[in-house]
Ligand binder design. Structure first.
Ligand SMILES: *Cc1c(COP(=O)(O)O)cnc(C)c1O
Length: 354
């Protein structure tokens, strides 16, 4: 009785292999001080969890709105931005109209479209991982999708697409979602346009800045757009503990997160340079908190496996982009452990290959 839409669905892939050094999910690697944890513990213990949480998460929304310089009416919260992607695929356009996104990219755009039986209009990125505007325009004119997703910066490639190309595609009449999950690392945003236009929203998340376990993402858009989409949302989608902890982290402890973000941006340049120096490796520039790289000599799958044996877990993306792997930027000691493990593995395997 399971629908064909579901039976043919490729599930969301993630890395759950246990490892000492985990650089596989673009989380922020951080260990908050004891006093922070204690304070959070105290606040969480006050939660009357026999009660439903505030369905609109007013306090958390106010905190976020203040941080962003928008009004709470411009915000819709999701159980991670994943949930908001799903809601957008439900709420934008009729289901007989397709969904456009450049590939390779974040897999939730595909999954949400397919589950709903919407046509997937996928166009391959160019060699430099920017949008192929000619092919995109052709595909859009032929298939007439009504919704477009752009990960900005893109995951797993790490680059930001050309803004002009995104606007060009939007001008063909597509409701445009700019998924800025890595905004804190790129500093680039379409938020101003989202606040002014009826055809644009921006997605942000707390997942990549130290709060992945809370599952809080948010959408920014015009009040009229947000009000309608909010009708699709399941009523209590942000749990009580998540509302409380996220709010505390974004007010009293946000300086700790900001420090960590700055450090990751610095480390990103270092890891990129070190990877670029390695023989048989091609690293791609990134404006996110991860780096995609290509293994030119050793099969990516083997490199991934050998790194796991060294206690370092990264993501093998060779199923999406031939020979490519993605490493998240961690704390300096973790990045060192990754770089050293890479050196060891490359040395060993390249010798055997000669
Ligand atoms: C990680 C990621 C997300 C998912 O974020 P959640 O808020 O944890 O659901 C969304 N979009 C992109 C591009 C991502 O890389």
């Amino acid at each position: 009785m399971i629908s064909k839409r579901v039976l043919s669905l490729a599930p969301y892939k993630t890395e759950t292999t246990p490892a000492k050094i985990k650089l596989s999910s673009n989380e922020l690697s951080v260990d908050f001080p004891e006093e922070v944890k204690k304070h959070i513990g105290e606040e969480v213990s006050k939660i009357p969890f026999n009660r439903y949480p505030d369905p609109e998460a007013h306090l958390l929304k106010e905190t976020l709105a203040q941080r962003l310089g928008v009004s709470p009416e411009n915000l819709m919260l999701g159980n991670g931005s994943d949930e908001l992607i799903y809601y957008l695929s439900v709420g934008i356009g009729e289901l007989n109209r397709g969904v456009f996104y450049p590939v390779p990219t974040f897999s939730m755009y595909r999954i949400s479209a397919q589950v709903l039986g919407r046509e997937k209009v996928e166009v391959e990125l160019k060699e430099d991982f920017d949008i192929d505007i000619q092919k995109s325009v052709e595909a859009i004119q032929e298939k007439k999708p009504i919704l477009a997703y752009f990960a900005y910066p893109n995951n797993p490639t790490g680059n930001c697409f050309s803004e002009e190309k995104i606007r060009r595609i939007r001008s063909l009449g597509l409701f445009t979602v700019i998924d800025e999950a890595y905004y804190p690392y790129s500093g680039k945003s379409f938020m101003e346009e989202a606040l002014k236009r009826d055809d644009t929203v921006v997605l942000h998340t707390l997942s990549k800045i130290g709060m992945a376990g809370l599952r809080v993402g948010f959408m920014v858009g015009k009040e009229e757009v947000i009000r309608e989409l909010n009708k699709v949302r399941l009523p209590f989608n942000i749990t009580y503990p998540s509302q409380v902890i996220a709010r505390l982290m974004l007010t009293e402890f946000y300086h700790l997160i900001e420090e960590e973000i700055k450090r990751v941006i610095k480390e990103r340049e270092r890891v990129y340079l070190e990877l670029s120096k390695m023989e048989g490796i091609r690293a791609y520039p990134s404006c996110a908190n991860f780096i995609l790289f290509k293994s030119l000599r050793i099969p990516a799958e083997l490199l991934h496996k050998k790194l796991v044996e060294e206690g370092v877990l990264i993501r093998d993306f060779s199923y999406m982009i031939p020979q490519c792997l993605r490493v998240s930027i961690g704390r300096p000691f973790e990045n060192d452990a990754f770089l050293e493990a890479m050196e060891r593995v490359l040395k060993k395997l390249q010798v055997f290959q000669k």
